[in-house]
Design a protein around this ligand. Structure first.
Ligand code: ATP
Length: 246
C-alpha cells in the first residue's frame, strides 16, 4: 500500500522577487502514509504547501498526483482531485455559519453533482469528526482561534480528501485537545487518507507520522524515519536557537 506514490514534487524552486524561498525541493508522499514536515520559522514549509495545493505557482519544477502533472491545475481543481489543505491562519467565510462554511466545502470539493442530502451528510460527518456539532449554527465571526482551526479541519474533511495537508493545526491547543487531534488524525489515516502535517509540536507529530522531512532555508535537509531525522546533526543545528516543543 505504501509503495504507491501519490504526490511527487520534483525540483521545486520558488522565488518571491529575487528572494528564493524553495530551492530544488523534492517530496514524495506515498498513498496511506503520514509525513511530518518540520523546520525553523521561515524554512519554506507553508510555501511548499501553497505550491502543492495550487495557491502558488512554483518558479520551476513539477508536481505529479498519481503519476500525472497537476502543475497547470488551479487550487479548485486540485481540491476536486483530492488535495485538501488547512491554513495556518484560518480563513472561514465570515458571513456564514459554521455549518454553511462546511456545506460550501462539501459541495465544492466533491467534483461531481451531489444531492443536498448527500452534501449535508458530508458536512455533518466532517463537523462530527472535528468536534464542532454543538456549535454548527454559530456564525463563523463569533469563533475564537481554536474553533476557527477546527473549522479549517472540518472544511478540509468535508471535501472528501485523499490527501490532507495540515498546516500547524496543533498550535494553541491544550494537551487534552492535542490528544484528541492526534486520535482524529490517526483515525483519518486508518480510513486511508494520506496526511502531510507541518507541525512544531513534535510530541504530537511523532505519534502520527511514518516519515519526517526537515526543511531549512528552503531546502529539504533530511528525510526518513522520524528518530533518524531528529538525530541528524544538520537538523539539530537548524533547530539551535529555535524552541521546539517535544
Ligand atoms: N508572499 C510572499 N512574499 C515574499 N516573501 C514571502 C511570501 N510568503 C512567504 N515569504 C517568505 O518566505 C519565507 C518562507 O515562508 P514560509 O511561510 O513558507 O515559512 P515556514 O517554514 O512555513 O515558516 P513558519 O514555521 O514560521 O510558518 C519567509 O522568509 C517568508 O517571509
Amino acid at each position: 500500500m505504501r509503495n504507491t506514490c501519490l504526490i511527487n514534487a520534483k525540483g521545486i524552486n520558488k522565488y518571491f522577487g529575487a528572494f528564493q524561498v524553495l530551492a530544488d525541493v523534492d517530496l514524495e508522499v506515498h498513498k496511506g502514509e503520514a509525513v511530518g514536515i518540520v523546520g525553523p520559522n521561515g524554512a519554506g514549509k507553508t510555501t511548499l504547501f501553497g505550491v502543492l495545493a495550487g495557491a502558488l505557482d512554483p518558479s520551476s519544477g513539477d508536481i505529479q498526483l498519481g503519476g500525472n502533472s497537476i502543475l497547470k491545475h488551479d487550487s479548485a481543481r486540485r481540491c476536486r482531485l483530492g488535495i485538501a489543505r488547512t491554513h495556518q491562519i484560518p480563513r472561514p467565510f465570515l458571513g456564514m455559519s459554521v455549518f454553511e462554511n462546511v456545506m460550501v466545502a462539501a459541495n465544492f470539493g466533491s467534483g461531481r453533482k451531489l444531492t443536498k442530502t448527500k452534501i449535508e451528510c458530508l458536512a455533518i460527518d466532517a463537523l462530527e469528526k472535528a468536534g464542532m456539532t454543538a456549535i454548527a449554527n454559530r456564525p463563523a465571526t463569533s469563533l475564537g482561534l481554536l474553533d476557527r482551526k477546527r473549522l479549517e479541519l472540518a472544511r478540509a474533511l468535508a471535501t472528501s480528501p485523499d490527501i490532507l495537508l495540515l498546516d500547524e493545526i496543533g498550535g494553541g491547543l491544550t494537551e487534552a485537545e492535542l490528544q484528541q487531534l492526534v486520535s482524529l488524525i490517526l483515525e483519518l489515516k486508518q480510513d486511508g487518507i494520506t496526511v502531510v502535517w507541518i507541525e512544531h509540536i513534535l510530541h504530537a507529530l511523532l505519534k502520527v507520522i511514518d516519515r519526517l522531512v526537515c526543511m531549512d532555508s528552503g531546502q529539504v535537509i533530511a528525510q526518513g524515519l522520524p528518530k533518524e531525522v531528529m538525530a541528524d546533526k544538520q537538523v539539530m543545528q537548524a533547530y539551535l536557537g529555535s524552541e521546539v516543543a517535544q
